[in-house]
Design a protein around this ligand. Structure first.
Ligand code: SF4
Length: 457
């Protein structure tokens, strides 16, 4: 499929081919689904909403519900005030959510709709029932990416909902970056294991990986509650996981309610999970439980057992900044050499972090933000690597270059494991290592002559 890709790289400023990112509203929609009883609302045309819902459904294999302002030519000319007011009226009377989380699209942003003003008008006009909430985030797709859309909606939770009663509670807020429901469950497992009271916001576990009961629930009995969102202002600490996804929200909460924030990398791999567990331990003022130490020990054992296969292997990585940064550190810890790391999301901080992580193992690492998979492919043609790590879109590059490929990040549309098995924490790191070594072994089993195929590795 990509056999026409040449090795000749031409610098492109205004063109992205096979971009390693998608629309901001997708992230806002995903974050909203992590709030109990929340209806995500797309303020724009139907096409945007349909695409965003289907993209999430393809990754999570669950129906994703969201409403739309259904712009037509009239709204494009005269603005979307009437559409949003009618939408809110319909949403509350038909679907009865506790909260509507409005996000904008390119069109409503270009028109310049003033969403807070529209929400106020709707509220004053009696279109928002007593006790129900409407919040919003600006998510134009001509800026940022799905990750910044997620970040903007998490910040909206703070802006609209967090309250300070003046009494600090013995609770920690945990803002997960964009991770899968299975990963959110793993974050909760670690926090519960350490023994700390926490509020996880958002929380998509049991929302986008619901058990099959034979009964459809538009609002699953899961997710962060509105009361928990309000109570975030009384916690004594916020731990943010994933700098791009949650720094803004943590800083807003500190400013608004004086809750100090600590932002760290997503707990992917050994070092980042150690840092998260340590932050939980310090906050809880407790010892790390023996069983958790054993889990860590099993990871270290697996790393040392497999080091003969991972050592010195060159890796190409692409995906979202928070994911790729943490994974780059993990592959360095495995003795591998990151050769190139790219993201489609703009922001030079990504390039600085990758270079800092790789400074001792590969100071010449190719680190690029606001880049694309086409460039990654061309670069690999000039600088062959041993492994490719990235989302589903990487499979075509892997096929063309005959590379072992590990699926990681968002979206993964052609496998199901990410729904059930976390990649965060020590167990997640073991799974990642298993996937990496399996990819190497599978290639060898496929390609080695019969007399060299090993039964035991
Ligand atoms: S790029 Fe803009 S117009 Fe296109 S689907 Fe995304 S939000 Fe909608």
């Amino acid at each position: 499929m990509l056999d026409g890709t040449t090795a000749e790289i031409r610098e492109r400023k205004a063109l992205r081919v096979n971009p390693a990112k998608t629309c901001q509203p997708i992230g806002a929609m995903y974050a909203s689904l992590g709030i109990r009883g929340c209806m995500p609302h797309s303020h724009g045309s139907q096409g945007c909403c349909a695409y965003h819902r289907s993209h999430l459904t393809r990754h999570y294999k669950e129906p994703v519900v969201a409403t739309t302002s259904s712009f037509t030519e009239g709204a494009s000319v005269f603005g979307g005030l009437a559409n949003l007011q009618t939408s809110l009226d319909n949403i509350f009377s038909i679907y009865d959510p506790e909260m509507v989380a409005v996000h904008t699209t390119c069109l409503s942003e270009v028109i310049g709709d003033d969403i807070p003003m529209i929400i106020k008008k709707a509220t004053d006009g009696g279109k928002v029932p007593e006790g129900k909430v409407v919040i919003h985030a600006n998510t134009p797709s001509f800026q940022g990416s799905h990750v910044t859309g997620y970040a903007n909606m998490v910040t909206a939770f703070v802006n609209y909902m967090a309250e300070s009663s003046g009494e600090t509670k013995n609770t920690v807020n945990i803002f997960p970056g964009w991770v899968d429901p299975s990963d959110m469950r793993e974050i909760k497992r670690l926090a519960e294991w350490i023994g700390i009271d926490f509020i996880l916001a958002p929380d998509t576990s049991d929302v986008l990986d619901t058990p099959q009961t034979g009964e459809y629930m538009m609002y699953p009995d899961a997710g962060t509650t509105i009361d928990e969102l309000k109570a975030m202002g009384d916690s004594f600490l916020t731990i943010g996981l994933g700098p791009l996804s949650v720094t803004d929200a943590a800083e807003k909460l500190e400013k608004k309610c004086k809750v100090p924030g600590k932002v760290m990398d997503l707990p992917i791999g050994l070092k980042a999970t150690d840092a998260f567990v340590d932050a939980l331990r310090l906050a809880a003022e407790k010892e790390v439980p023996e069983d958790l130490k054993k889990e860590r020990g099993r990871l270290i054992d697996m790393i040392s057992d497999m080091s003969q296969y991972t050592y010195d292997k060159k890796v190409a990585l692409f995906g979202d900044p928070d994911h790729v940064v943490a994974m780059t550190q993990f592959v360095v810890d495995l003795g591998m050499i990151p050769a190139i790391a790219i993201t489609g999301t703009p922001g030079k901080a990504f390039e600085r972090r990758i270079k800092e992580i790789c400074k001792d193992v590969n100071p010449d690492v190719e680190a690029r933000a606001f880049s694309d998979i086409h460039f990654l492919h061309q670069w690999i043609k000039n600088h062959p690597v041993d492994l490719l790590i990235g989302n589903t879109y990487g499979k075509f590059v892997a096929k063309e270059e005959n590379l072992p490929f590990v699926r990681f990040g968002f979206p993964i549309m052609d496998r199901v494991g990410h729904r059930a098995f976390p990649l965060l924490g020590y167990t997640g790191a073991m799974r990642t290592l298993e996937k990496i070594t399996d990819a190497f072994f599978d290639k060898r089993d496929r390609e080695d002559p019969d007399h060299e195929v090993e039964l035991i590795l």
